[in-house]
Design a protein around this ligand. Structure first.
Ligand code: CMC
Length: 431
């Protein structure tokens, strides 16, 4: 197909520029504005990146209007039904589903990189007991940059691969140790005989003085939730990882920056915020009051777990998690969880409310995930940590994709400067 162009005319002088229109394999066309500033002297302005593609990628595709999510072209529903977290992680890292021997090797690698350097223990001890586990995660994952000097030559593909294995495999161990620190229990070493999620559960909930049996319902549910959280295109934390990585920074430090970005309540912190919100609402009779607050522009309250920058339709992950919530609560003998019933009523009422209809605000992935975590006995402060464990795979895949490109350029946005124009320094006694 011939190259298409979008022609822009400068109203000031009639000068024209032909901007190439890039055609993706799926999704809307993209205008390449790379020459705009050099040739026309203009920047573009798009705060929040509402219409800006920051990179090209082959990893995740989202059609927000249709509520479609694909990992490497595979619909999320098919992967959720037929795959598992580790297999999908392999797919995300390497682009293709693994053959049996490749998956076995991947599983082996993941289990054999799960231990933490013993020196890291003192990092955990440095945190006060009431530290939020996400604060510990940001610090400890960042501190991994001070270890593993054998895998930080980012120009070497094998180094990148080993760093990626380490990040994915060590994340559950760091997460569990963060939790153990906050409750004053001893850290539990990883158990190579267990699955990825079984091992995490054991490291979080077992104590050295008692035998521990992994609950298969919890193990399976967590595996599915992790799969659904692996990647989500160029979201805030992934873009943060890419931007940090574009300066050729240490990969562990890049992932720590992603964890920091994920923590906010507008992003991964929403799962924790949903639970707090449901507890605060407390009863179906209070829903109208909270919806009125969500509609009120003078009130900072937002319905947590609702709305999404990209989805203007039901988040496909939320649909899967909602169904799973029914099953998990049933299996865990908690079918009549009042907060789940409250969440379902809240969803029904919000979805028939004009404010939410007009703005196409639907439940997102975080609306129901917290309820599942809660049913599995995972404390609220660990919800976003769970998200971080899974999303590490996406961050790593996106980082590898970016670093592996021929033409890595540092990310460096420009701005619309609205500050003072040049003025002269005023001596202290004249101010
Ligand atoms: N409750 C009430 N009003 C909302 C909500 C909400 N949850 N979400 C969006 N709106 C309104 C918003 O006030 C705006 O109204 P108006 O056009 O009258 O000014 C309109 O809907 C568009 O919202 P926006 O803030 O411009 O949309 P955004 O794309 O910048 O923000 C969002 C997306 C996810 C940050 C936002 O919907 C939100 O704060 N939701 C609650 C937090 C949440 O659940 N976050 C998890 C997102 S999914 C997982 C993840 O990314 O990690």
């Amino acid at each position: 197909m011939d190259q298409e162009f979008l022609i822009l005319t400068d109203p000031a002088n009639g000068k024209q520029i032909e901007l190439p229109v890039l055609r993706p394999t799926q999704g809307p066309p993209v205008i390449d504005i790379g020459r705009l500033h050099r040739e026309m002297g203009y920047f573009t302005y798009d705060p929040g990146f509402l219409a800006t593609a920051s990179c090209h990628s082959t990893i995740t595709f989202i059609d927000g209007d249709e509520g479609i999510l694909q990992y490497r072209g595979y619909p999320i529903e098919q992967l959720a039904e037929q795959s598992n977290f580790l297999e999908t992680s392999y797919l995300m890292m390497y682009g293709e589903l693994p053959r049996p021997e490749q998956l076995e090797e991947f599983h082996n690698i993941m289990t054999h990189h799960s231990m933490l350097n013993e020196s890291l223990k003192s990092f955990f001890r440095g945190f006060y007991h009431d530290a939020h586990p996400m604060a510990i995660m940001v610090g400890v994952v960042g501190s991994l940059s001070a270890f593993y000097h054998d895998s930080t030559d980012i120009t070497n593909p094998r180094h990148r691969e080993i760093a990626a294995y380490r990040m994915i495999a060590k994340m559950p161990s760091i997460a569990a140790a963060s939790y153990k620190h906050t409750i004053g229990e001893p850290q539990v070493y990883p158990d190579n005989s267990l699955s990825f999620t079984g091992n995490l559960l054991k490291m979080m909930f077992s104590v050295p003085c008692e035998e521990y049996h992994v609950n298969p319902v919890a193990e399976k549910a967590l595996d599915l939730i992790f799969l659904l959280h692996i990647d989500h295109e160029q979201n805030a934390s992934t873009s943060t990882v890419r931007l940090a990585g574009s300066s050729q920074a240490n990969p562990f430090a890049c992932i720590a920056s992603g964890i920091a970005a994920l923590w906010g309540p507008a992003h991964g912190g929403a799962n924790e915020a949903v639970l707090s919100m449901l507890e605060e609402i407390g009863d179906v009779k209070n829903i109208p009051e909270y919806l009125a607050r969500a509609r009120d522009k003078n009130d900072p309250f937002r319905l947590m777990g609702f709305g999404h920058r990209v989805y203007k339709n039901y988040d496909p992950r939320a649909r899967i998690i909602r169904k799973m919530c029914h099953e998990v609560l049933k299996d865990m003998g908690d079918e009549s969880d009042p907060l789940f019933e409250l969440a379902i009523r809240l969803e029904e009422i919000a979805l028939s409310d004009d404010y939410f209809i007009a703005r196409k605000l639907y439940p997102n992935v975080d609306f129901y995930s917290g309820l599942i975590y809660r049913a599995l006995g995972i404390p609220t402060s660990m919800f976003t940590v769970m998200f971080a464990i899974a999303r590490t795979v996406g961050w790593v895949a996106q980082w590898m994709e970016m670093i592996g490109e021929d033409n890595l350029r540092i990310g460096r946005p420009r701005q619309l400067y609205v500050g003072p124009v040049q003025r002269d320094y005023v001596q202290m006694d004249k101010r």
